[in-house]
Design a protein around this ligand. Structure first.
Ligand code: NAD
Length: 429
């Protein structure tokens, strides 16, 4: 699209399609993912690290008429690395049209990307998600939003409000809680929740017990702010701790099994035993949380990032008439014998979420994943607040918390080194 007339017509298509379809009733064209138009959709990437680069590849695969036209990352080296990977991709490389002036560094680059794109991929550390999402929706853009969507309760409440606005504007918000888009997990959930194949759920044993993750060694020219942002995993203000940043995938499945209700209360243990060096910031390396629901059901949850320990990630669902393993897509009868397993196709869930997003845009049938992505993030934050403080806390205490993590202004230079929380002494955060 080189002239302003064609740009106007493309933008009109993107803005009007939702309204027009709403007026006609929902127009669903089975199998027609790119139905009715070959208009270019301009995609912008904000946070061009590992996941952002992968998400951009998935987006461009999902819609052959989509083009990546702008990138923002706090660090230029990250933006250029990502761009090289994208351009070299055999399949989608030709859809990458990011000119030098559309590569933005620093903390404000997100605005420039959002201003000029139709769809935005938000894949920075989660601290920035509420701010970036609010701006994208204010500017009328469809969004792919990586998990988790915040690191504290005020952030979650902000995203809830933003998602309401997105609904009013007919904008799609697709969440990176990718198991919701996995065919095997979806069918296993259907067996449990709709077919009642294991009876009523009594309790869930959930775990995300895994190995340690990457660390980026300090460099002489880095300020402390740069060190923290580059090593964002290890700072609660940036990641929300690993219960929020990584194990949210498991907590999201427990929430799905519980009908996406919020627990009423939680009690948690946690600490750090292996990852005690200061270079690992101040996050914990293990958590155990008991979540209580208003109907008496319970979720017993553990997550661990420790090396050389048993690794296990799954939800074992205990029912009145059997059990299920969600990630393994298996059911067992009351005697413990295998009774069902998923044998269908398993397309990449990462690709599927983008296919849904672009289909929703082209058909004017917006998706809004705001409900579960905010509830599941808050469940993870609640577990952390209970573990850091050592207190049993109610949902209302956590959800209504006004503790905001991180600086209010972002600038390179010195920044406080947060202390490791001590249960029994630290306030819920
Ligand atoms: N759904 C999944 O399976 C999955 C997998 C991996 C990561 N993630 C999520 O994706 C997000 C990114 O994770 P990652 O593994 O790609 O991390 P990463 O460190 O590889 O990438 C994050 C990028 O964001 C940049 N960044 C930091 N602050 C920024 C800001 N204010 N503006 C612009 N850019 C900024 C960093 O420089 C970095 O390049 C996280 O929320 C993570 O939880 C999801």
């Amino acid at each position: 699209m080189s002239n302003s007339r064609s740009q106007n017509s493309r933008r009109r298509f993107l803005q009007d399609s939702a309204a027009a379809t709403a007026a006609l009733g929902t127009l669903v064209i089975p199998g027609a993912v790119h139905a009715g138009t070959d208009e270019v959709i301009k995609v912008g990437l904000i946070g061009s690290g590992g996941r952002g680069t992968g998400a951009a590849i998935d987006a461009l695969h999902a819609d052959p008429q989509a083009k990546l036209t702008a990138i923002a990352d706090t660090f230029l080296d990250r933006a250029h690395d990502s761009l090289s990977t994208l351009k070299e991709d055999d399949k989608i490389g030709k859809q990458v049209e990011v000119s030098e002036e559309n590569i933005f560094a620093g903390f404000e680059g997100y605005k420039k990307v959002i201003d000029q794109c139709d769809v935005v991929i938000l894949t920075t550390p989660p601290h920035f998600r509420p701010l970036h999402l609010a701006y994208a929706i204010e500017k009328g853009k469809h969004c792919f939003v990586e998990k988790p969507i915040a690191v504290d309760a005020p952030g979650v409440r902000s995203v809830i409000e933003t998602c309401k606005v997105a609904k009013q504007k007919g904008l799609s918000i697709v969440s990176g809680l990718c198991w919701r888009y996995d065919s095997g997990v979806r069918e296993t959930m259907r067996q449990i929740l709709e077919e009642k194949a294991i009876g009523d759920i009594v309790a869930i044993e959930s775990s995300y017990n895994t190995d340690t993750l990457w660390h980026r060694p300090n460099q002489p020219d880095w300020s402390r702010m740069e060190y923290q942002v580059r090593n964002w995993l290890y700072y609660t203000w940036l990641s929300g701790d690993h219960i929020n940043e990584q194990a949210i995938h498991s907590l999201d499945k427990t929430a799905w099994l519980m009908g996406d209700k919020s627990p009423i209360r939680a009690t948690a243990l946690g600490g750090r035993q292996q990852r005690t060096d200061k270079k690992y910031g101040h996050i914990f390396d293990h958590f155990t949380v008991f979540y209580e629901y208003d109907d008496g059901k319970r979720v017993y949850f553990t997550c661990r990032q420790q090396h050389n320990c048993a690794m296990h990630t799954d939800e074992r669902v205990l029912g009145t008439n059997g059990q299920a393993e969600v990630l393994r897509h298996r059911l067992y009868d009351a005697a413990g014998k295998p009774s069902w397993r998923y044998k269908g196709e398993k397309p990449s869930m990462y690709r599927v979420e983008h296919e849904h997003l672009f289909k929703s845009i082209r058909e004017g049938n917006p998706i809004n994943d705001g409900g579960y992505m905010t509830n599941s993030t808050m469940i993870a934050i609640m577990g952390r607040m209970c573990a850091y403080s050592g207190q049993t806390l109610t949902w209302d205490e956590c959800f209504n918390s006004n503790v905001t993590l991180g600086p209010t202004e972002y600038a390179w230079g010195d920044i406080e080194e947060p202390a490791v929380a001590i249960p029994g002494q630290s306030a819920p955060a």
